[in-house]
Design a protein. Structure first.
Length: 148
């Protein structure tokens, strides 16, 4: 292939790749959770009463603080109050000991089980973070911080 034609072909491939990436559905937060956490330097965390603080929770929160340059502001309460506050955006994150098959699983996103190498049975209450549905950038950030 002559150099001129090769350059045109390379430019066309690069342009096509750029258009493809621009039209991709990259993870984003319709309600801007990640942006708001970074701008306000605050993670509004709901802590479900009775949930134990262990090394996994501490590690995840430390990673999130480093990645967002935010402090954690804790509100304690029961799941009946904290999960609705999460769903409506009054909280950014909830931590508790919850089963994945909770009736709330249609309203909010139940993150990975902390400290488990494999997924536990969905009916078993385990330590996990819960995030607002649709806030995909935030969900990915929290889930990556929760990886063992």
């Amino acid at each position: 292939m002559p150099n001129g034609l090769r350059n045109v072909a390379q430019f066309a491939v690069a342009a096509l790749l750029g258009v493809t990436l621009a039209s991709c559905d990259m993870p984003h937060d319709p309600e801007m959770t990640t942006s708001l956490v970074r701008e306000t330097h605050t993670i509004r965390l709901g802590w479900i009463e009775g949930a134990e603080r262990d090394e996994h929770v501490t590690d995840v929160l430390s990673r999130l603080r480093r990645k967002t340059d935010a402090n954690v502001e804790v509100t304690r309460g029961d799941s009946e109050n904290l999960l609705p506050d999460l769903a409506t955006g009054k909280l950014d994150l909830v931590y508790g000991t919850l089963p994945k098959d909770s009736p709330w699983s249609k309203e909010v996103y139940f993150g990975r089980a902390l400290g488990w190498r494999a997924s536990p049975p969905s009916h078993e209450p385990v330590s996990r973070f819960v995030m607002r549905n649709g806030e995909n950038e935030w969900i990915m950030l929290v889930e990556n911080a929760a990886r063992p």
